[in-house]
Structure formats: C-alpha cells, structure tokens
Write a protein that binds this ligand. Structure first.
Ligand code: PMT
Length: 396
C-alpha cells in the first residue's frame, strides 16, 4: 500500500520515541522507504543505530553530518512526506514559530510536501493553550495533525496524549497518499457551525455547534484537491488553508450564501446546525425585565436551506446531516427523502463522543432508498474522509 513511497520520519525526544522503531518497521513492511531524522533529545530514548538498522539508511542527526552537502535540502528533495512521530510540545512550538536550530526544524522549513505531526505528551501539556495554539497555527498552514489516543500515559496520568499505534499511523499515511487529488476539479460547498438568531441588540438564539465537523469536511475536501467554499456560522476555528471562507451569522444569511454558490457546485455538505426557528421580530432595544412578567417569545420557522437545495438540484450530490436524540436510522432515512439528499449523516447527540463540540463523532449513513450503515466512533477528520469516500461512490 506504500510501495516505493519515500517517507521522512522525524523522531523527537519524548517517552514515545521508542515506538519509532515499530513505526519504521511498519512503514517498511507496507513497502515504503524510510529515512530517519532524530533530534538530540530523541537520543535519550532510542539509539540511532536501532533506527538505522530498521530503516536500512544512515540516521540523520545533525545539519552538518553530510560534509559539504546541505543535508536538510537533500532530504527535502528526497522525501514525499514528512512524518513527525512522536512530536513533542517543543518541536510543535519550534515549527509553529519557524525556528530552524537543528536538522529537523530546518527540514520542516525546507520541505514543501505533506507534513504529518503526531503529538504525544502528558495530557496537561497537550491541552495547554500554548500547545493547542501552536497546533492551530500548523493546521492553518496545511499540516496534518493526528489526534493523540486517550488512555493511561507513561507518567501514570489518564487522558489524551498517547502516540497512536504504529499501524494506525501507517494507515493514516497510506490514506493520505491514496487520496491525493482524487477530488481534483470538483467544487465542494460545505456549511459549518451554528447560526445566531438575534432577539435584541445583546441576545440571540443559537446552539452548541463548534463548527469542527464542517471544518473537517472542508479541510478533507481541500486536501483531496477540491475547490472548497466554506459557509461558516460564528465559530472560534481558524480558516482551513486553501479554502474560500464566507461568514454567515443567521439562517437567512446562510440561505443566501448557500444559494449563491449552489448552482456552481458539484457537492453540497450541510454540516451546519442551522436554527429551525428565529424570533418573529428583533427588538431594536434591549428587552428589559420588570421582575414580574414572564417573557413569551414568538418564534417563526426559518427557511430550510437543505430542502431548498434538494428541490433545485441538477447534477449535485447533496449530503445532509441530522442531529437526533432518538430513532436515528428511521428519522435519517425520512430526512434524506424529504430534503432530496443523496446521503444523510446522522449523529445521536446524546451518545458520549458523538455530535457537538468534541473531536470525535459516531454516525450512521442513511440513504433515501432506506439503506443505513453504522460507523464506529472516530475522529471528525477521519469521518470527513469517509463522507467524501461515499460522495465519490455516489458520483459514480
Ligand atoms: O459543529 P460540531 O460541534 O462539530 O457538531 C457537529 C454537528 C452535531 C453540528 C453536526 O454533526 C450535525 O449534526 N449538523 C446538523 C445539525 C442539524 O441542524 O440537524 P437537523 O437534524 O436539525 O437538520 C437536518 C439538516 O437540515 C442539516 O443538514 C441542517 O444543516 C439542515 N437544515 C436545518 C434547518 C434549516 N433551516 N436549514 C437546513 O438546511
């Protein structure tokens, strides 16, 4: 599956560095050629000799170990993908800041192919805002981030921060190669996030959508070569690299934005949690309380964007989402039929790890002909790729 692929493996100094041996072996079993670059700190956890024997190449540890040759340039020219596993908080920070003070950090600046970071560290460090911000910077620049596994860490703590198993990393890398440019030339329109329906100048009705699911779909489509327009409700997420971002605050604004782009798109993915109702009127002034009377809100239905697109569709593949709390499959199939969708991705938002806000989701695919398929709990980015795989099949 990786036959003949040339992979650069950056190994940094965390306790998980010993797992680099298994990663090198698994990559080679899959048919890849591997050259390893180690940081000085990584030597404390695994020897260069081990990785040299397993990779069949000299291990690179210094900018100057190639004599007159600029080692970072020749390695960058050789590799098709740079995998940093494990990636410590330190290399993540140096990469985000563009610091080039050793071979690996310099290679990260010289290499222009796909870069995959596999962060692995103590969970307090991983969730620290400094690390998360640095990861966002790398993601915004188009680097691929594998979320660490959750579980018992070397330090005894429980939480996110474990390096995923070697076969999971190899599978991720294989999928990246397999999907390179398979959606080239397609126009993909994605919606994400919540809408806000104003009540008065200071209040609005909204929901818990973070935008993560829709942004993951937009990013995945871009990675696979599509032209992507992302219509986003208000979120705290950075714009994915290479994606055309349009902001929409209310359901009405999202309707107008989607309708403007829909005729030219090949695929519409409606992951946004669009408000079903909005206040009948927006008060021009802040609504005051008098401490005695209840406030009764008059809500009117919003326009259904997905159903409107379903009515006018020509060649487009339409993917809707469904956020449900009961009878998932039945309701999702009914939604696919009612809204003219080719596929509905339904999440039971009461299931832990599924639906709003988190990095994972657990869904079923529901089709208008009544078929359903249950998917396991997975990372939203991996799910985004599964959805696009399905879109490809639906396009035939
Ligand atoms: O953003 P995250 O935090 O990552 O959370 C992801 C998610 C839970 C928001 C996402 O996975 C999801 O389920 N999105 C759809 C939520 C939703 O609005 O479901 P629904 O069953 O109410 O609507 C069904 C479909 O109709 C959706 O595709 C929705 O975008 C669309 N719709 C709804 C109302 C409306 N006025 N217009 C629409 O187009």
């Amino acid at each position: 599956m990786l036959k003949g692929r040339r992979i650069l493996l950056g190994v940094t100094g965390g306790i998980a560095a010993y797992k680099a041996a298994e990663i090198v072996s698994s990559l080679r079993r899959a048919g890849a050629e591997v050259q390893v670059v180690m940081t000085r700190a990584a030597h404390n956890f695994i020897t260069p000799l081990t990785l040299a024997v397993l990779s069949g190449h000299q291990v690179h540890t210094s900018l100057f170990d190639g004599g007159a040759e600029a080692r970072h340039i020749s390695l960058a020219a050789w590799g098709e993908l740079l995998l940093v596993a494990p990636a410590t908080a330190d290399i993540i920070a140096r990469a985000a800041a563009g610091i080039a003070d050793d071979l690996l950090s310099t290679l990260l600046l010289s290499f222009d192919g796909p870069v995959v970071f596999c962060p692995a560290m103590n969970s307090k460090m991983y969730t620290h805002p400094a690390v998360q911000e640095n990861l966002s910077v790398l993601e915004r620049r188009g680097c691929h981030l594998m979320h660490p596994a959750t579980g018992r860490l070397a330090c005894g703590a429980e939480g996110p921060g474990r390096l995923p198993a070697a076969e999971v990393i190899v599978d991720y890398v294989s999928r990246l190669f397999a999907k390179q440019n398979d959606l080239a030339g397609l126009n993909v329109l994605v919606t994400a996030g919540p809408t806000r329906e104003p009540l008065d100048p200071v209040r609005y009705l909204s929901n818990r959508s973070s935008g993560k699911m829709g942004y993951a779909v937009a990013r995945a489509a871009r990675e696979r070569g599509a032209h992507v327009v992302l219509v986003s409700g208000p979120t705290a997420l950075p714009a994915p690299a290479g994606v055309r971002l349009r902001h929409a605050e209310t359901a009405d604004e999202m309707y107008e934005a989607v309708m403007a782009h829909f005729p030219d798109c090949d695929v519409l993915v409606m992951a946004a949690a669009v408000a079903d109702f909005r206040p009948a009127a927006k008060s021009e002034r802040k609504i005051k309380k008098d401490g005695k009377r209840n406030l009764v809100l008059d809500l009117v239905p919003t326009r259904d964007i997905l159903a409107a697109a379903g009515k006018i569709k020509t060649q487009q593949v339409i993917v809707g989402f469904a956020a449900e709390t009961e009878r998932l499959a039945e309701t999702a199939v009914a939604k696919a039929r009612a809204k003219g969708c080719d596929l509905v991705v339904a999440n039971d938002v009461t299931v832990p790890g599924a639906g709003f806000e988190g990095d994972t989701n657990q869904v079923i695919f529901a089709f208008p002909d009544g078929r359903t398929q249950v998917l396991p709990l997975m990372d939203k980015q991996a799910l985004a790729h599964r959805i696009l795989d399905e879109v490809k099949m639906l396009r035939g």
